[in-house]
Design a protein around this ligand. Structure first.
Ligand code: SF4
Length: 355
C-alpha cells in the first residue's frame, strides 16, 4: 500500500501498519516529517529531568535486562525514601530539573507506603518537580501486594504526589514475545488495563515500544495497533517512545548478538507518527539507547521531542554502554544547530521556555 493511500485510512488495521513498516524509508521519513511539521512547526522540545532508579533488586528477571540484581548480590541497592529525596534535591540543585522519572525493580519488601512517603516528601521539598513514576508492572505488583484494585493503588499514589506514569514494561504488546523475553512479566492485557485505569482517573501516561529482539514486524505492527486502540478510547497517552533493545550484558544478548541500527529506529518513529497522527501528538526521539546522532535524525523522521536530560540514569550504563551527560544548554544548542526552534517543556509537554 502506498503511503498516500495509508493516510486516507480513518482507522488502520494491524496489517495496514505492517505494510507501512515495509515502505521505502525515505518516503516514510518525508511523509512523517511533513505531518510533524504540520502539527509542531519547526519546534523541537526537550525536558530537564532526572531518572531515579530506587532499587536494582528485581524478582522479575527479564532476559533483556542487565540492570537487575538479586537480593544478595554485592552490588544490589535500595534507597531509603529520605535518601532518595536527598538525591533528587542534590540533582535539582546542580542542574535544575522539572521532572523526576521514578522507576525501579520489583522488590517485594517495598510497599505502597514507600512511594507515598517518597512522593509526598519530594512534593513538600520541591513542588516544582513533577513526579513521572512507576509503570503498569509496578502498579500491578502493588495491587497484588496490598490487595487493592488498580484504581485504589493509582488513587493513593496520585494523592501522594504522582503526576503521570511512564510506559515502562510495554516492550512488545504481544504475549508470544513477552513469554519469550520476560516470562514473569505482566501480559499485554494487564499493561493495557492499568494504563486504561490511569487514563480514566485523569493520570496521563506515555506508551513505549522496545523492539529489535525476538519480535517480527507483524508483532511490532500489532503493538502499535493496541496502543492506538486504547488511545482512541481514552486519549490518555501524552507521548510515544520507541527504542531498540540494547544487548550489552543481558541474558538475551546471546540470542540477539547484533543490536538494531538507526534504520530500525527511524522506521519505527516514522510509522508511529503516521499511525498516531495528532491522536498521540508527541513522538519522542529517545537518545538514551538509540544514541544522540540517531535521535537527531529521528527529529527529521516524525519525532518532535528529544526526550530528557536524564541525569543519573542507571539502567543503560548497566549494559556497558557509555552515556554522555547532556545539560539543557547542550540540547538547546544541538537542536538549534539542526535548524529547529529549541523549546524546553514541562512534564505535560507544555512549552515553558523558548531558546
Ligand atoms: S526490566 Fe524491569 S522488571 Fe525486568 S528485570 Fe529489569 S528491572 Fe526487573
Amino acid at each position: 500500500m502506498a503511503i498516500a493511500e495509508f493516510m486516507q485510512l480513518e482507522r488502520p488495521r494491524p496489517r495496514d501498519i505492517e505494510e507501512l513498516f515495509q515502505a521505502d524509508l525515505w518516503e516514510l521519513g518525508m511523509a512523517a516529517d511533513a505531518l510533524k511539521r504540520k502539527l509542531h512547526g519547526d519546534t523541537a522540545t526537550f525536558i530537564s529531568n532526572m531518572v531515579f532508579n530506587y532499587t536494582n533488586i528485581c524478582v522479575v528477571e527479564c532476559t533483556f535486562c542487565a540492570f537487575y540484581r538479586r537480593r544478595d548480590d554485592p552490588d544490589a541497592y535500595v534507597y531509603e525514601p529520605m535518601a532518595a529525596v536527598k538525591k533528587v534535591l542534590e540533582v535539582d540543585a546542580i542542574y535544575g530539573i522539572r521532572q523526576v522519572l521514578v522507576q525501579g525493580g520489583i522488590f517485594p519488601e517495598i510497599g505502597i507506603e514507600y512511594f507515598e512517603e517518597l512522593f509526598a516528601e519530594i512534593k513538600r521539598r520541591a513542588p516544582h518537580i513533577a513526579i513521572h513514576a512507576l509503570s503498569p508492572l509496578e502498579v500491578d505488583y502493588l495491587s497484588r501486594r496490598e490487595r487493592m484494585s488498580y484504581r485504589e493503588v493509582l488513587d493513593r499514589l496520585r494523592s501522594a504526589g504522582m503526576d503521570s506514569m511512564p510506559g515502562g514494561g510495554g516492550e512488545i504488546l504481544v504475549d508470544r514475545v513477552r513469554r519469550e523475553i520476560a516470562p514473569k512479566k505482566i501480559r499485554t492485557d494487564v499493561w493495557l488495563r492499568v494504563m486504561e485505569e490511569a487514563h480514566r482517573l485523569g493520570i496521563p501516561t506515555s506508551a513505549t515500544m522496545m523492539y529489535g529482539h525476538v519480535e517480527t514486524v507483524s508483532e511490532r505492527a500489532e503493538h502499535i495497533y493496541r496502543v492506538l486502540e486504547l488511545q482512541e478510547r481514552t486519549g490518555g497517552f501524552m507521548a510515544f517512545i520507541a527504542w531498540n533493545f540494547e544487548p550489552g550484558r543481558s541474558e538475551l544478548s546471546g540470542r540477539v548478538p547484533y543490536p538494531h541500527t538507526s534504520v530500525s529506529l527511524l522506521r519505527a518513529v516514522a510509522v508511529a507518527r503516521l499511525v498516531f497522527r495528532d491522536k498521540i501528538p508527541n513522538i519522542q526521539a529517545g537518545w538514551l539507547t538509540n544514541g544522540v546522532e540517531t535521535a537527531q535524525l529521528a527529529l527529521h523522521f516524525g519525532a518532535n521531542d528529544f526526550g530528557g536530560t536524564l541525569y543519573d540514569e542507571r539502567v543503560i550504563p548497566a549494559t556497558g554502554m557509555k552515556m554522555p551527560i547532556l545539560r539543557r544548554k547542550d540540547i538547546a544548542n544541538m537542536l538549534a544547530s539542526l535548524g529547529f526552534r529549541p523549546a524546553e517543556r514541562d512534564n505535560w509537554y507544555r512549552i515553558v521556555r523558548l531558546y
